[in-house]
Design a protein around this ligand. Sequence first.
Ligand code: MN
Length: 284
Amino acid sequence: MKIITTHKGSDFDALASLAAATILYPDAKPVLPGSVNANLKTFLSIHKDLFDFYSPEEIDYTEVDTLIVVDTHTWERLDQRMEGLKEKQDLRIIVWDHHVEGDMETQEKRIKETGATITLLIQEIENQRKLITPIQATLFLMGLYEDTGNLSFPSTLPEDAYAAGFLLDRKADLNILATFLKPAYSKRQKDILFDMVQKAERTELGGFSFSLSRLDISGRVQNLAMVVQMYRDIVNVDVAFGIFRDIEQDKCMVIGRSSVDEINIGVIMRSMGGGDTPGRDQPY
Ligand SMILES: [Mn+2]
């Protein structure tokens, strides 16, 4: 038996990649992990009938000979019920991922640091001239836009923009997209934004306007990158930085947002030891 799966806490890129992989591997069973993120839960509660996903407990893992993994290739990120597969002899593993890091050993992997994993799968769908429906195109574009901030994150590659063009040509529906990608602003995010705006200071440097905001937070806050983006828009500067100190874990996170080409946030982030997807505060 062949199965396709993705990471726990699945986001739209994970779900889109899982659905896209079923087009490339029609004889494989798609298995959605037990935990998915909040946005996705809402989407699935409305569009559940469109997808035939299996849940992890429905699979007899002794029967599995091929494991196709999308949007991760780290064993720990898979649903716990798949743990046994790690020890399985002769298991064929196929990986599609835009994260470079991962511990799943295989010769069959398509890994490139695109803005989203779905981009890699769309390239193959296009290569093989497979047909996709407008609702599939819509879901794929959601994954692409979510992971790339509507193609605005510095991690976005030309391939991502081409993929978006391909999906719009296949009638992806931007109205549906807007409904689900509207970020869920919690009270916590609003409070943080309010704090930042109240203390906002502007600086001019080399003909550009900057604003830097320092804030203590406690524990992990979702979507901080969006908060910084909104802060930049409200304060109306070319570049905004948010420096967040997590007082619970004694960790510091810097998020930058630039609206001008001349200032490359990615380069600035890397100079501070930032990760491979600059400007993003989500691990996936
Ligand atoms: Mn992704």
